[in-house]
Design a protein around this ligand. Sequence first.
Ligand code: HEC
Length: 103
Amino acid sequence: MWGRAQGARAALVFLVFCASPQARAQTPAETGERLFEENCAGCHGERISNPNDLFDLKELRKDQRARFDKSVREGKGQMPAWEGTFTDEEFDGIWAYIRSVAD
Ligand code: HEC
């Protein structure tokens, strides 16, 4: 049997969970940021800081989406191919995130 204190605590935990950022819908750029930090930041740096002096993704211009798609999906040099790792929507999100930092 749950006492009132446990019940209240469970309700509080539930409320905190609902108010947390993960529980609300994310914009494409927010999804992209999460995916970038999890998958790309190891080489390209947190917030695309380019600590390893690779190609700086912030240099990609708005009209270079096709280049982004090709390099990222097929891989380039030391970078592995990401085709199949992400959905089209997730690629859109990563691009939106790069744009949000670069523009
Ligand atoms: C293992 C390290 C590594 C990871 C992880 C990595 N990259 Fe790269 N990336 C590189 C390297 C190295 C280059 C430079 C490739 C070259 O020009 O030879 C590069 C280049 C790029 C380029 C520019 C390619 C061009 O057209 O010149 C883009 C865009 C890019 N990465 C996006 C991403 C994204 C998005 C992710 C995460 C999904 C990612 N990278 C993860 C190493 C990595």
